[in-house]
Ligand binder design. Structure first.
Ligand SMILES: Cc1cc2nc3c(=O)[nH]c(=O)nc-3n(C[C@H](O)[C@H](O)[C@H](O)COP(=O)(O)O)c2cc1C
Length: 148
């Protein structure tokens, strides 16, 4: 049976979406049973149903806030009591170190997923404005951990 993975993104100007899309295409080509989700369309209860393995690619906006499209999702996740103990996840954050709340949403999301029982397979990646190489290094490492 092929390995299942859900790839989630939260974006304002498309950076997180394009990285998530490229990972989705890559894992599909490698034979994973993979789905791609904008967090705007996700409810906390969907997480354990979609797949036990999850990748989140999210940016941070405002003063350490989620991108507007992911605000409802994160508010609901913060209040949710959903059990994520069957899940493993990894979070890649896009941010800008000129902001005091550098990658705060990625860090808060990772912390909340762990609080709800999901296992982080890697520390949160907190990428700065030049993120392409960081992502290229992070992606195969995390996919290997999730595949094992
Ligand atoms: C108005 C504005 C506010 C931002 N606030 C933060 C912030 O609080 N923390 C952070 O790490 N990055 C912040 N950023 C940087 C974005 O997260 C970064 O540009 C990211 O690559 C955007 O990715 P996206 O296109 O997926 O939304 C901000 C950028 C803008 C333009």
């Amino acid at each position: 049976m092929s390995k299942k993975i859900a790839i989630y993104y939260g974006t304002m100007t498309g950076n997180a979406e394009s990285l998530a899309q490229s990972t989705h295409e890559k894992v599909q080509a490698e034979g994973w049973d993979a789905t791609l989700h904008n967090l705007a369309d996700v409810k906390p209860d969907d997480l354990p149903k979609n797949a036990a393995n999850a990748i989140f690619v999210v940016s941070t906006w405002g003063d350490g806030e989620p991108p507007a499209d992911a605000e409802d999702f994160f508010a609901e996740l913060s209040a949710a009591s959903v059990n994520l103990s069957n899940m493993r996840h990894a979070v890649f954050g896009l941010g800008d170190s000129n902001y005091e709340q550098f990658n705060a949403f990625a860090k808060n999301l990772d912390a909340r997923l762990s609080e709800l029982g999901s296992t982080a397979v890697a520390d949160v990646a907190a990428a700065d404005v030049v993120f392409e190489q960081d992502y290229a290094d992070w992606e195969p490492k995390v996919l290997a951990l999730l595949a094992s």
